[in-house]
Design a protein around this ligand. Structure first.
Ligand code: PLP
Length: 396
């Protein structure tokens, strides 16, 4: 048997949390913990007895003080009872649906949802006996599609890529009359520009990966519930051991502090780019709810407190996939990739024929832009030179 090297005990037991007098930092510290220690068995048992009704620090899987600080920030933004955190936005959506649905139930979901949400439903929930149907992203046929076993109405408002808006208070009334919950994906609004819980939703989900994090360096999902909808969600999260790293929670907290000024700049610049694109002959239609004339504009004025850096446009029918790709490749300031909500501009190409089906048949290719915090004049000049490059290639 080999004896441990000298000092092994000191290595394990030395350097405990120092106790000191003084003030406290502005920001919550990063508390990394799996194990949590108690002063006595009695204290441990007493805290454990309250763990399902109260938030306390008893084991890393149930959160830690850094995560609690972010949960509280999101709860304040969303105006709910309490919040849970998830490793991604999609994980938050999946966990909420698992918490609220069981085999034999029906889920009525907006056709405007983020594509991986649709995939989650089709590939996981439907094979496990949960029925699902999709309502038009403007909500127009939702009442007709309700079933006696509808337990969740799920909206994403504004919708992904086309930013359709539905009347959330009307959907809430429809759901509640049938004894169902209304769940909303609030990633677009990020808790500042849109507040689903105030409009009648029971649970609001966000991908904090986008504007809350805001710097393209962290993945995170949040789900904030009303008091009535909280317990089943919280229990399901505990059953699955859902938690996030305190380092990631700290990054989101760090990013979120400046979200207000970032969004003000994103939305001002996106509206300017949207107006500029409307005047281009290569563009058939621009989608941005803050644009007067957009199909969602009236509801956006009624229910939103602002917009953001997202806009999409449909290329004129003559511009096919090769030309659209060349146009994107010619851009110098727009990153080609997925996601959005960082400080930088992004561009992505979408063929909506796959997801929106008949509603998009015969339409052009769709480009989504995320307008970042660069100077808008530089972004417009970049877009213009890419259109010019396309025109000279088409002529040549
Ligand atoms: C990005 C996004 C998500 C998923 O977030 P991840 O953190 O990437 O999993 C969910 N909903 C919407 C509307 C999104 O844009």
């Amino acid at each position: 048997m080999t004896t441990p090297p000298p000092g092994a005990t000191r290595l394990v037991h030395g350097g405990k949390q120092p106790r000191y007098e003084g003030g406290r930092p502005v920001n919550p510290p990063v508390v990394r913990a799996s194990t949590v220690l108690f002063d006595s068995v009695a204290q441990q048992l007493e805290l454990r007895a309250r763990r399902d009704s109260e938030r306390n620090f008893i084991y890393g899987a149930r959160g830690n003080p850094t995560n609690f600080a972010l949960e509280d920030l999101v709860t304040e933004l969303e105006g709910g009872f309490r919040t849970r955190l998830f490793p991604t936005g999609l994980a938050a959506i999946g966990m909420v649906l698992l918490a609220c649905l069981k085999p034999g139930d029906h889920l009525l979901m907006s056709d405007g949802v983020y594509e991986p949400t649709r995939h989650l439903v089709r590939s996981f929930l439907v094979p496990r006996g949960i029925e699902c149907s999709f309502f038009a992203a403007d909500g127009s046929d939702a009442a007709r599609l309700m079933r006696p076993n509808t337990r969740v109405v799920y909206a994403e408002c504004p919708g992904s890529l086309l930013y359709e808006m539905c009347d959330l208070p009307a959907l809430a009334a429809l759901a509640h009359e049938a004894g169902a919950l209304l769940v909303a994906d609030n990633t677009w609004g990020s808790g500042l520009q849109y507040r689903p819980l105030a409009l009648g939703a029971d649970i609001s989900v966000m991908a904090a990966t986008k504007y809350l994090g805001g710097h393209s360096d962290v993945m995170m999902g949040t789900a904030c519930a009303t008091e009535a909808a909280w317990a089943p969600l919280n229990q399901t999260c505990d059953a699955f051991g859902m938690t996030v790293s305190p380092d990631d929670a700290w990054l989101v907290l760090r990013g979120a502090r400046t979200m207000g000024v970032r969004l003000a700049q994103h939305q001002r610049q996106a509206l300017e780019v949207a107006r500029w694109l409307q005047r281009r002959s290569e563009v058939a239609r621009v989608f941005h709810p803050a644009l007067p004339g957009d199909a969602a504009h009236a509801l956006w004025l009624r229910d939103c407190h602002g917009s953001n850096g997202l806009l999409s446009f449909e290329f004129a029918p003559a511009i096919g996939h090769d030309s659209a790709s060349r146009w994107m490749d010619a851009l110098g300031l727009f990153g080609i990739g997925a996601s959005w909500g960082g400080y930088e501009s992004m561009v992505g190409l979408y063929d909506l024929g796959h997801s929106r089906g008949a509603a998009w048949t015969g339409r052009g290719l769709l480009v989504r832009l995320h307008i970042g915090l660069e100077e808008v004049e530089a972004l417009l000049a970049d877009l213009a030179q890419a259109f010019d490059a396309l025109a000279s290639q088409r002529a040549g």
